[in-house]
Ligand binder design. Sequence first.
Ligand code: HSE
Length: 310
Amino acid sequence: MAIKKITAFAPATVANFVCGYDILGFAIEGIGDEVSVSFNQKFENTFALLSNHSELQQLPPEKNVAFEMVKQVQEAIGRTDGIHIELNKKMPLNSGLGSSSASAVAALVAANALYDNPLSTDQLLPLAMEGERLACGTAHADNVAPSLLGGIVLVKGYQPLEVVSIPVPKHWYCCVVHAHVDVPTRLARKILKTTIPLKEAVVQFGNIAGLIAGIYSGNDQLVSNSMQDVLIEPHRSLLIPYFQEMKKLALGENAIGFGISGSGPSVFALCKTEQQATQIADAIEQLLISAQIGRDVFVSRISTQGAHIL
Ligand code: HSE
């Protein structure tokens, strides 16, 4: 009898959407991780990494987020069978593109499907957040929620957890540039201030509300005016080479907005057309080539499809 093997794909994500630290994110097309699962006739889970990420190769399997997520599904439904897990990691680590989230979400969706989907997406989401805790120390949802659900997702609150899907403007494209420098999320969170002046908070509240209002009313200018971050970007941009120059290039080409993707070092420009996104991607790539900095450049729509079985 053929062994049942299930493979799930989960997309990369751009978290924070500039002003929505830990509460806003969106999925992008084309990039993501794949996890395959099958029963292994043993009484324990086994793990294989199908990519040559040296940092992950050195990690014991039980510390890998995909391994942990399969275990979480089994615990949630009271199963003790052995599962063989294959992580086909197609994304760079510590890139700011939700790499650990994509692995976690793909593993959850694959394991759940292997058991014929006993858990709903509402039940999978808190498990995915535990994956983030394992990967970077805090259980935020602004990568895992859009990776699981697709589209733009607002995390309205954490206690209790409440997520809201926001409609995706159909004409939007984004260009995402990952400069090859290491910015671990754990570190990029540590450098942030833990208290903020009321005056700055008010500016940020206005921007978040303006961003959401702009999306709902189809007002790109309002979105553009709102894609400003007075709390996080001033600190994290210092970890990203040529951040100000890239921002100037993107806004000079009339991008709707520009900012750090997640905790960086990736950056993104939100654009009105594919052509504009390509032009900005090319301009930023030229800048990084001149600076002799390795990079990956993607032009993508916001993906309305979240994690799914292949
Ligand atoms: N909201 C998170 C952060 C995303 O900015 O730290 C990165 O995982």
